[in-house]
Structures are given as structure tokens and as C-alpha cells.
Design a protein around this ligand. Structure first.
Ligand code: DOR
Ligand code: ZN
Length: 422
């Protein structure tokens, strides 16, 4: 079976390509890229006026499977992904049971291969049971197919445990994804510490609780030489710490999530639990610093931290509500609306941060439209306006602060391994 995508604006940042051209897919790979291609018996997709980009790679997703399928599962989560143009996800290991052994890695890989809509790359934990004490069997997790380790949801509090974990990770060339947070400084805070938390009477979580931990993790990366990636950075000080580390030549990369460049803590006004996540939404100055970090390359990637929660876990007092928002079905539109249309990033830069860069950091061989690459493609109308309606989401959960927002960008088709799934 072959597919011919005609006359789209093909953007492939990995190869510096941004031009109108055709793409021929044969089987599960890209066969040819060029002008005026033809192929007998190919299914034709007319992409005139549309953008053809590598399927997006989201390196921070909670699929909640196994164990919390009332929030999401591998089928609904990957369905949501492809509706957002995402063709590869890294799923975080804070499931139930947690992904600290090869059986759970194998369960995820097998279920995703049988029933999933996109590529699923599991992350294993850093420590057994996410408990922060004993190291998980990192080599075994890698052998079973985990692409990274992370205790996401929790920081690894003990710096010596983190040091040893990085040393092991380095030996097995395993990527370490850090949820960097100092829980003593968080001190029970439930939103950003500042004017709005004071007005709302909510306990504040200061930016330094994040940046001090980012600084530790960068220092340990420098000391151990491990491949370290700092995820979901939200504030100006963290950007500065990572910028300085990169300038010194530390082997560190970073991502932020769309909500950190598109919302401030003012979204919490009204005690809106759909604007509650960890790290929390920050101030306009932080948003500006995050965008500057994206522009100058300090922040390599955009990942959603798609964190589904059931309505009963959000429809409670702000203090008690679970942290996290869903993101797979709005991430590209938020990037187009808040970064590209505002002139902060070019379209190829946005695509690079959502596909080529995360793929390179993970070493998963995706995020490109080169001949011979896996045929993971998103075809997008970047001019189309959409009104976000969570009722139409494929995710099982609806906890989005963007319900009702007017955004740009409609995903028209998503292709995974040569198969049209949207
Ligand atoms: O908001 C968040 N939700 N932050 C995390 O670190 C974990 C995540 C979750 O698992 O819900
Ligand atoms: Zn996290």
C-alpha cells in the first residue's frame, strides 16, 4: 500500500527543508520526496495549502496504563495523541504498578503494539517503587525497551541516590529525565507563590523550589557526565541555570510544556483546578523567559506533560485537586498560536522542538521526513481557526484549561508507520 502526499509545504527541520513538494510513502517508510512525483495505485492526499511535517514526538505523557484506566489508557491516550498530530510518545512510569521492572515495560510495549494508535516508548523509574531509595534495575529496563528513566511526579530527593543513578544511567547510555523540585521549599504550596496566591489565600510554591533542584541536577550531570534531560521547566531562574550549564558544556537538555508559554498564574483565579499542575503556572516574566529560552535554544523541546485526571479528582477544593492537565490535543495549536503567529519562533523552529529535537534526545530515530525514515507524518492546516471543545477530545479525561479557547491549527491527517490513523 502506498500513499502520495501532493503539493504540501513540507517542513523537515532535521534536513533544513521548507518547500512545497510531494512525499511518497511505501509500506511503513518514506520512499521519495520531490516535485511532481507520481505513483500508480497510490492513495493520493491533496495537501495544497497545508503543512506536511514529521509526526510530533511528545517526550512527556502520562498514559495511566496500567492501573489508572479511569483517567486514561494506552488506547485512548494514543488516540488523543494522533488527533493532535503526535505519532510518538514517551509514557511516564508513575503508573500502578510503577514501571520499575521489565514485566511492566513489556506489558506497555505489547499493548501499544496491539491496540495503540501511535508509537509508545516507555520510560522506567529511577528508583524502585518511585520511593527514592533503592535504584531500579536500569539495565533490565533498558533491555526490555525503556528509552529513559524518570521518577516523574516526584523528585529524587537524595542527591547521592541521584548521583549513583546517573552513574548507572551513563554506563548503560540511558537518558535520565529529571522532575526537578525541592519539596522542602515547595512546603505544601499548591500554586505559584506571588500576588495571585496571596489574593486567593492559597499556599505558594516558589520558583526557587524548582530552580535550586534544576541547579543540583545540572551539577550532577556535569559531575557524572550522564545524559540528563530536565523536563517541564516553568520559570525564568531554571532557564538561566540551564543556559549557564549549557554554556559550560554540560550534557544537559530541557523541555517546557505549552501551558508554560501560553498561560500565567492568573488562570488560577476563581480557584480553577484545571489550571493546577506541578510545576505551577508562573508570571508573565516567567512566560517571557521561557519563550526566550525556546528562541535561543536553551530549551530544546516542547512536551505536554499530558496528565489526565478524572473529573472527581478535579471537582474538589483547590488544595485537594490533583496536579496536571491534558495536552495532547492542544499542544501543536498552542505552539502555532502563541509562538509562531506571534513571531517568537518560525514554523520550522516549532516543528523542530516538537519532533526532531525530542527524537534526537531520546535516540529513537523519528522526527524526520527523510527518505528511508519511518512514515510518521502530520498534515496540518495552520491557518484554520478552531474553538477547543473538550467534549470532542479523544482523551478519557477533560481536565484542560483551554476549553473554549480560540486557537489556530487543525490536524487534517496523521500517518503512523505508513498507516493513515486520522
Ligand atoms: O502536574 C503534574 N502531573 N506534574 C507531575 O509531575 C506529575 C503529573 C501527574 O502524574 O499527574
Ligand atoms: Zn513531573
Amino acid at each position: 500500500m502506498s500513499i502520495l502526499i501532493k503539493n504540501g509545504r513540507v517542513i523537515d527541520p532535521a534536513n533544513g527543508i521548507d518547500e512545497v513538494s510531494d512525499i511518497l510513502i511505501e509500506g511503513s517508510t518514506i520512499k521519495e520526496v520531490g516535485k511532481s512525483l507520481s505513483a500508480a495505485a497510490a492513495q493520493i492526499i491533496d495537501a495544497s495549502g497545508l503543512v506536511v511535517m514529521p509526526g510530533l514526538v511528545d517526550m512527556h505523557v502520562h498514559l495511566r496504563d496500567p492501573g489508572q484506566e479511569h483517567k486514561e489508557d494506552i488506547v485512548t491516550g494514543t488516540r488523543a495523541a494522533v488527533c493532535g498530530g503526535v505519532t510518538s510518545v514517551v509514557c511516564m512510569p508513575n503508573t500502578s504498578p510503577v514501571v520499575d521492572n521489565k514485566t511492566v515495560v513489556e506489558y506497555i510495549i505489547n499493548k501499544a503494539a496491539r491496540e495503540g494508535y501511535c508509537n509508545v516508548f516507555p520510560a522506567g523509574t529511577i528508583t524502585r517503587g518511585l520511593a527514592g531509595g533503592e535504584l531500579a534495575p536500569i539495565a533490565g529496563l533498558k533491555a526490555a525497551g525503556a528509552v529513559a528513566i524518570s521518577d516523574d511526579g516526584m523528585p529524587v530527593k537524595n542527591s547521592n541516590v541521584m548521583r549513583r543513578a546517573m552513574e548507572y544511567a551513563k554506563n548503560f547510555d540511558m537518558l535520565m529525565i529529571c522532575h526537578s523540585e525541592d519539596l522542602e521549599l515547595v512546603n505544601g504550596g499548591v500554586m505559584n507563590e506571588g500576588e495571585i496566591s496571596t489574593r486567593l489565600g492559597l499556599r505558594g510554591n516558589p520558583t526557587v523550589a524548582e530552580s535550586i533542584a534544576v541547579a543540583r541536577d545540572c551539577a550532577l550531570a556535569e559531575y557524572t557526565g550522564a545524559r540528563v534531560h530536565i523536563t517541564h521547566i516553568s520559570c525564568a531562574e531554571s532557564v538561566e541555570v540551564i543556559r549557564a550549564a549549557k554554556t559550560r558544556g554540560v550534557n544537559v537538555t530541557a523541555d517546557t510544556a505549552p501551558h508554560y508559554f501560553s498561560l500565567t498564574d492568573a488562570a488560577v483565579l476563581g480557584w480553577n483546578t484545571n489550571a493546577k499542575m506541578n510545576p505551577p503556572l508562573r508570571t508573565a516574566d516567567d512566560v517571557a523567559a521561557i519563550i526566550e529560552g525556546l528562541r535561543d535554544g536553551t530549551i530544546d523541546a516542547i512536551a505536554t506533560d499530558h496528565a489526565p485526571h478524572h473529573i472527581d479528582e478535579k471537582n474538589v477544593e483547590f488544595d485537594l485537586a490533583m496536579n496536571g492537565i491534558i495536552g495532547l490535543e492542544t499542544s501543536l495549536s498552542l505552539g502555532l498560536t502563541h509562538l509562531v503567529r506571534t513571531g517568537k519562533l518560525t514554523l520550522p523552529q516549532l516543528v523542530e522542538k516538537m519532533s526532531a529535537n525530542p527524537s534526537r534526545i531520546l535516540g529513537i530515530n523519528r522526527g524526520t521526513l527523510a527518505v528511508g525514515a519511518a512514515a510518521d507524518v502530520a498534515i496540518v492546516d495552520i491557518e484554520a481557526k478552531r474553538m477547543v471543545d473538550v467534549a470532542n477530545f479523544k482523551s478519557k479525561s477533560k481536565n484542560s484549561p483551554f476549553d473554549g479557547a480560540e486557537l489556530f491549527g487543525e490536524v487534517r491527517n496523521t500517518i503512523v508507520a505508513g498507516k493513515i490513523v486520522v
